[in-house]
Each structure stands twice: as structure tokens, then as C-alpha cells.
Design a binder for this molecule. Structure first.
Ligand code: OGA
Ligand code: NI
Length: 195
């Protein structure tokens, strides 16, 4: 941990704990929206996991020649994104890239691949990317809430019964995580389709 500023560690700890609470609240709402018990998703996550990134996008004189982050979906459960006042995030919607401009004091919530699997495709993990700006630097802080590596992930049995089929097979989150990074963060959901 950096020792300067001295308050850094305590503030990050407090932030992470608060975001854990928010992530759990969101998983409850998503569970209920699927007609499942409100603690259904939380119970599938093993010991649970949480990761945070600090993204720094320097200004770029030729923004059309590069990306901050190329198009991807988040391979975790849900992402809670804190961004500063500089635009950069875009989502792919109706065949085109749409800017998600920052709203002060507001998080952007992204559905990740694991929710898509558990919901048996009712929720879709959204394709998004970050572009750079020619004048301003940009900072964003995503929190990725996730299962622990040993957690077994698969479509909720209740939804499989209702839908008549499971879209995805079961896997451990460790297996998914490994596949995702091996292929350079490419969307790897297709690797886990039921046969
Ligand atoms: C990510 C991400 C977007 C952003 O880190 O997965 O999509 O605006 N970040 O930095
Ligand atoms: Ni992302």
C-alpha cells in the first residue's frame, strides 16, 4: 500500500466495504427480477470476491488511432464504475457505439458475463469500450464483484425448467477466469454454451 497520502489505505478500505454492500443489494434486486429468492445469486458465489481497478487514460493527440480499452464485456458478476467528469465510456447499442457521459455522483452499473449465465440469457452482459480524449486525462475506478474461484456457476435450475433448456453448461469461476485471460479478454461466453 502506498504510504502517501497516509489516509489512502483507510479510504480505499471504506470505499470497498461500501461497494460490497451496494453490490449485494444489486444482486438481490436482480435475483428478485428473475423470480428467484433474493439471496439466490449471493448463495452461488462461494466465498464471494471483489476486485478494483484504477484506470488512468492519458490525453492522446490522435484519439482515433487507439482505444483506452477496446470493446469487451466484463467477465465478472456486476461492475460498479466510478468515473470522473471526462467522457470516454461507450456502450454498443442498436448496432452503434453510444457515449455514456458521466453524471456527477452517479455510478454506472454493468451487467457481467456471470449474470448472463445465471439468468440463462435473460440479462445480457453489455459490450462496452473506453475511448481517449485529445485534451484531457481521464480516471475511472471500476469495482468488479465476482464469485470466488471455487464457486460453481451455471444457469439457475428454476429458469432452466421454465425455459426448457440450459443455454450454458456449469463451470467453476476459476475455469472461466482462466479462459477469459488466456484469450486476451475476448468475450468467452460462447466457450461455455451447453452442447
Ligand atoms: C473496465 C471498463 C470503462 C472505463 O475496466 O472493464 O470497462 O470507463 N472500464 O474505464
Ligand atoms: Ni469493462
Amino acid at each position: 500500500w502506498p504510504t502517501n497520502p497516509t489516509s489512502f489505505r483507510a479510504h480505499v478500505a471504506e470505499y470497498c466495504q461500501s461497494l460490497r454492500g451496494l453490490a449485494l443489494l444489486l444482486t438481490e434486486a436482480i435475483s428478485e427480477s428473475l423470480g428467484l429468492d433474493k439471496d439466490y445469486i449471493s448463495r452461488q458465489l462461494g466465498k464471494h470476491g471483489q476486485q478494483m481497478a484504477l484506470n488512468y487514460y492519458p490525453p492522446c493527440p490522435q484519439p482515433d488511432l487507439t482505444y483506452g480499452l477496446p470493446g469487451h464485456t466484463d467477465g465478472y458478476l456486476i461492475t460498479i464504475l466510478l468515473q470522473d467528469e471526462v467522457s470516454g465510456l461507450q456502450v454498443f447499442k442498436n448496432g452503434q457505439w453510444v457515449a455514456v457521459d458521466p453524471v456527477p455522483n452517479t455510478f454506472v452499473i454493468n451487467i457481467g458475463d456471470q449474470i448472463q449465465v445465471m439468468s440463462n440469457d435473460k440479462y445480457k452482459s453489455g459490450l462496452h469500450r473506453a475511448v481517449v480524449n485529445c485534451e484531457k486525462e481521464r480516471i475511472s475506478i471500476p469495482t468488479f464483484y465476482c464469485p470466488s474461484p471455487d464457486a460453481v456457476i451455471g444457469p439457475a435450475p428454476e429458469l432452466v425448467t421454465n425455459d426448457g433448456r440450459a443455454v450454458y453448461r456449469q463451470f467453476t469461476f476459476e475455469e472461466y477466469h482462466h479462459t477469459m485471460w488466456k484469450d486476451g479478454l475476448k468475450k468467452c461466453l460462447d466457450t461455455f454454451l451447453a452442447t
